[in-house]
Design a protein around this ligand. Structure first.
Ligand SMILES: [Fe+2]
Length: 206
């Protein structure tokens, strides 16, 4: 054998918010909780759609405009996304990758979020605000899974980059970024505490 070359590699970006600027995470947590309490339309949407907890996904599309701390968060995320985008070697044709939407997720005990992708976006991600012990991990799926018709499963102790699924137990203050086509899910929150995160999409500017 001469060599084995990794091809078509899936990149997962992991950092701490603090690397992109200063932000008080406990203040962010207070804001998330108070927005959730006030957002009756969002609460109703969660009830109608069986969401265990609260998400602003369907009710508030202007967090950065309404709340200064979310605008500060946007600036920090912008710098993380710029960092990631540079590593991805996109040819952007003089256009930018810009924030499209940002939303709060507060998952109650037993809550989860099924497997999904984020269509029409370029980069998606989550930053973690409050993560109690036993809170559900985020799990990413090999995007080639549907082609693996006769492929044997991987060993439990297979190398990280060869595994079919990759789980990450987040901690408060972390930021994770990935390309929006990457399928992922949030596993069941096994904690009595609320699992609070903020998710976002970045798109290719016009
Ligand atoms: Fe997601």
């Amino acid at each position: 054998m001469k060599s084995i070359t990794p091809l078509f590699v899936t990149q997962l970006y992991l950092s701490n918010l603090s690397r992109g600027g200063e932000l008080d995470i406990s203040e962010l947590e207070v804001s998330c909780r108070s927005i959730a309490e006030d957002d009756l339309a969002g609460q109703q949407w969660c009830e109608n759609n069986g969401y265990s907890g609260y998400t602003s996904y369907a009710s508030l599309s202007d967090l950065t405009w309404r709340f200064p701390i979310f605008n500060e968060l946007k600036d920090i995320l912008d710098s993380h996304v710029a960092n990631f985008v540079e590593k991805l070697d996109f040819d952007l044709d003089d256009r930018d990758i810009v924030l499209e939407d940002m939303w709060i997720n507060i998952l109650d005990e037993g809550g989860s979020h099924g497997s999904h992708i984020h269509p029409h976006s370029v980069i998606s991600g989550t930053t973690y605000v409050s993560i109690p012990n036993e809170a559900g991990e985020i799990r990413f799926e090999d995007p080639r899974l549907q082609f693996m018709m006769s492929a044997p499963p991987r060993k439990k102790d297979a190398r990280n980059d060869l595994k079919t699924f990759h789980s990450h137990h987040p901690v408060a203050g972390e930021v994770l970024l990935w390309e929006s086509w990457l399928r992922h899910e949030v596993r069941q929150n096994g904690s009595k505490g609320e699992r609070i995160s903020i998710s976002f999409n970045y798109k290719w500017s016009d």
